[in-house]
Design a protein around this ligand. Structure first.
Ligand SMILES: Nc1ncnc2c1ncn2[C@@H]1O[C@H](COP(=O)(O)OP(=O)(O)OP(=O)(O)O)[C@@H](O)[C@H]1O
Ligand SMILES: [Mg+2]
Length: 493
């Protein structure tokens, strides 16, 4: 099938098909790969051109076998097939039953065997499946071929009876087992008629060595819950069975005869390696999260130790220095705390801003102070290596506003407003920290400023982050930090 659009388009344009009939044919075309593999042949889905009484048909979909050679190396979808070329097709359509005969391969002179299967839906024939096999090889089929063909014939009967595809929308997961992965055919008493070599290997991996043809699967220790469900519900069932270190994915498709279950086909795939990889990936993420968690805990311990040490100091200056170091460490801990909750090394920076504000508030403010912090805009997602220095920068700038913008008059509470504005556009992130305080000193210059806070900001922004800083006065001080950032994307570790 080229695409759903061309499938639907062809069906509407040529065959005036729609609604339930079309949905039935679409379901067939999403679940028939298994059929092509079972019969080692190409399958075409044909629908009659509307108003021509079965004289011409259009190819709606095509599937090639992965178990055999294709007779159609070119795309057949959209091809018109007429009665002269394919009298058997018209016969099957008018008869409403399976017709088999000799023919030549479409578009060549090679001899071929043609089987036409009417597709019945709610009692009416709505299309045809044709199976074409070059008859050149005179090789006698082996046991595997005979059983696969037998299974195919049962499904062909079901198509003609309207029992296949099943009524439920079949969404084939990427990893769904295929015929080549392993096949078990069960008879009406759910006894094993045949197991393909790959299926036998999977059974071995499940610890089942005592398998012989003719046994019921439960007798040899096979968990047959999925089989029983499929047979009772008369619907396909997919289930994963874990045995020791092995994971086997099963897909059980019941054979239906006259509305009754009459055995089943089991496709089985050993997905042990796939699952092991899934688990490894999962544990890698978990490990990274755990590391962030521990780094955060360690940083908080260091901050707490500094606080204890600070309390023992007599000098105000020394105490203030220790307190600032503590605050800087806490601002880094905020980033690791957030990263420890993420599945990747990416954070939504806005989620960090509130905790950072709290670090600043806790470091200076007393309950009487009236300091208001407002955060606006969106910084988007940032990788940890950008978020960490930026958190430290933002922390210093907010701290400066608190320290310098609103001088404390003896005993009076602090009063002021600090705004953090975040804006991300394309490949630039702009962070504005604006206060309504006294403003920067008149002779202030960033280059000549000797404070540790702005030295850290300068070093991180221009060095590590490759950005720029502007400082000036509006109502109070205003600092604008600009950073180049990669356009929003996921960064894989
Ligand atoms: N928001 C602001 N309002 C007024 N002045 C500011 C503001 N931010 C910075 N300044 C001025 O810039 C100077 C340098 O700031 P910087 O952060 O480098 O050092 P500090 O805050 O004095 O000391 P440290 O941050 O190392 O504790 C400050 O002393 C202050 O005079
Ligand atoms: Mg400072």
């Amino acid at each position: 099938m080229r695409s759903v659009a061309s499938f639907d388009q062809l069906a509407r344009t040529y065959a005036a098909l729609g609604g339930e009939d079309l949905a039935h044919l679409r379901r067939l075309a999403t679940s028939w790969r298994m059929l092509a593999d079972l019969c080692f042949s190409d399958l075409l889905l044909l629908v009659p051109v509307a108003g021509e009484d079965g004289h011409r048909f259009v190819v709606l979909a095509q599937v090639r076998p992965t178990t055999g050679q294709t007779v159609y190396p070119t795309d057949m979808v959209g091809t018109i097939v007429d009665e002269v070329e394919r009298p058997l097709v018209t016969r099957a359509w008018r008869l409403g039953d399976i017709v088999v005969g000799d023919t030549t391969v479409l578009g060549s002179s090679e001899r071929a065997r043609l089987q036409c299967i009417p597709v019945r839906h709610q009692g009416r024939v709505v299309g045809l499946v044709t199976r074409e096999t070059a008859t050149a090889s005179g090789r006698r089929p082996g046991e595997l071929e005979r059983h696969y063909m037998g299974a195919f014939e049962r499904f062909a009967r079901m198509i003609a009876d309207g029992a296949f595809p099943f009524g439920r929308e079949e969404i084939e997961p990427q990893e769904a087992p295929r015929v080549g992965d392993g096949v078990i055919v069960l008879d009406v008493d759910l006894r094993v008629l045949f197991a393909s070599p790959n299926a036998v290997s999977s059974l071995h991996r499940m610890g089942i060595h005592s398998y012989t043809s003719g046994v019921q699967l439960a007798e040899v220790g096979f968990e047959d819950g999925a089989v029983l469900t499929a047979v009772q519900a008369r619907l396909p069932v997919t289930e994963e069975v874990e045995r020791g270190a092995s994971s086997i994915l099963l897909r059980v498709i019941p054979f239906l005869e006259g509305g009754r279950s009459a055995g089943a086909l089991i496709l089985m795939r050993d997905v042990t390696d796939l699952r092991r990889r899934d688990r490894m990936l999962m544990s890698k993420d978990a490990t990274i999260r755990e590391i962030h968690h521990r780094v955060k805990n360690n940083l908080q311990t260091i901050a707490a130790l500094l606080r204890l040490q600070g309390r023992r100091l007599a000098s105000d200056e020394a105490r203030a220095a220790i307190r600032e170091s503590e605050r800087r460490i806490r601002s880094i801990a905020v980033v690791h705390e957030t990263l420890s909750r993420e599945a990747t090394d990416i954070v939504r920076f806005n989620e960090l801003v509130r905790p950072l504000v709290r670090v600043v508030e806790e470091s200076v403010a007393t309950p009487e102070d009236r300091l208001r912090f407002d955060v606006s805009g969106d910084a988007g997602e940032l990788p940890g290596e950008v978020a960490t220095p930026l958190a430290v920068v933002l922390n210093e700038l907010m701290q400066n506003a608190v320290d310098h913008a609103f001088p404390r008059r003896d005993g009076e509470p602090l009063k002021g407003h600090v705004e953090v504005r975040l804006a991300r556009s394309g490949d630039e992130l702009v962070v504005d920290v604006v206060d309504d305080g006294v403003g920067l000193p008149e002779d202030f210059s960033l280059e000549r400023s000797m404070g540790l806070g702005l030295s850290i900001v300068h070093a991180l922004v221009t060095g590590e982050l490759g950005g720029s800083i502007e400082m000036g006065n509006d109502d109070g001080a205003r600092v604008v930090v600009r950073l180049p950032v990669a356009p929003a994307r996921r960064v894989d570790l």
